[in-house]
Design a protein around this ligand. Sequence first.
Ligand code: ADP
Ligand code: ZN
Ligand code: MG
Length: 480
Amino acid sequence: MNPKYEAVIGLEVHAQLLTDTKIFCGCSTKFGVPPNTNVCPVCLGHPGVLPVMNKKVVEFTVLMGLATECTINEKSIFARKNYFYPDLPKGYQISQYEKPICEHGNISVEVKSGLKKNIGITRIHMEEDAGKSIHDQGDSTLIDVNRCGTPLMEIVSEPDMHSAEEAYLYLTKLKQIVTYLGICDGNMEEGSLRCDANVSVRLKGEEKFGTKTEVKNMNSFRNVEKAIEHEIERQIDILEDGGNIIQQTLLWDADANIVKPMRSKEEAHDYRYFPDPDLMPIVVSENWKNEIASSMPELPQKRRDRFISEFSLPKYDAEILTSSRELADYYESVLKVTNDYKSASNWVMTDVLKVVNEEKISITEFPVTPENIGNLIKLINENVINGKIAKEIFPEMLKTKKSPQEIIKEKNLVQITDTKEIETAIDKILLVNESQVKEYLSGKDKVIGFFVGQIMKETKGKANPQIVNDLLKKKLETFR
Ligand code: ADP
Ligand code: ZN
Ligand code: MG
């Protein structure tokens, strides 16, 4: 990026709320049902019907507001945003405009250098989703209104970000918060989290913002980052060529890696916003707010810090283990069986996550229970098996879903700690490797590794490596 310039970025994120029913009617929000079946006169906007507020939507949005340090407005109102589009049968979208439910919050992110950076939240408001136009089935456009009235929460940030990376970090953090709260599944690929990026550039030192564009249609976190990077460069190129930025809405084309103009930017007055006369103001009393606050789960940052202090984990481990609520829960379930915190962290971060990533599954789909990972660690620590055998048992646990105890019994994998038995193996190996014994006696300590390998092989990997090492050295010394 041209060092003369600074980018300015603000994000508008729509998060689909995980309620069972729609925002103003009792229709199901279930995904994947036949088109136009989750509908009723209310969400179809038939004349004379009345919307009824879904209490859960308010509670979820307040929860998000509290999690991001927003002021929760005691009174907020719904407004009609009027526009015509085939997938909007009512002719208007019920949203919040002048008085949103949450304002003035912030989300803190950690930038590469490890520094914390606060990104302001301008507002969070509730609104309904529109339907869907389907253009890729036959010659005509099809309309599915199942999504009409699906509850959304829109989170608008301040223009506080200055690079695509910061936007990416902010979005990742936001997803982490909504999924920890359990109010949105955070899936961008499936559209339950949608992000519009407002981008402008200005000369460094300049106070006034440049003209912004709004980039839409990114369906992954990486695409948001790429689209912003691309848009920053595009604007700088135009300015460097002496041109002007046109305020407009752009569509990101992920295949071509370019943006395409969609429409010139509409202004608020185009929508003729006005308070919805069918809906009462939403009043969040102090009592209700406190009740919602009391249901707040431990948030990612707090949980990470607790993992560091309570389990003495390195920050790196704690960061990864608390990256999702499910993973953190999994780790803490391992600890119900063992209090070897660091071993538990190692097993989860390497062995478990390796499979999760390779198989592209979520931790909740992982076939081995956390209790059995705990059992495996316990068996190592109690000297029933050694670490090497544990690594062999693990794939077996994955395949069979059996407990490590069962597998050890079936395959007779119990560690050999009997010194007599180990000594016999040592004697046998030393006897047939006379030249290596001579090497050792002449000062070549390195052959110890060779002997240990042979002895482990002789005992089918079951000997306790510590005992092998101790007895082996003692034995070799007797030859001097
Ligand atoms: P609009 O009226 O176009 O909707 P808003 O003022 O409501 O614009 O802001 C929408 C989003 O754009 C917010 O996230 C805000 O932070 C961001 N934003 C506003 N001005 C700029 C700018 N000059 N450059 C980048 N982002 C901006
Ligand atoms: Zn309905
Ligand atoms: Mg706006």
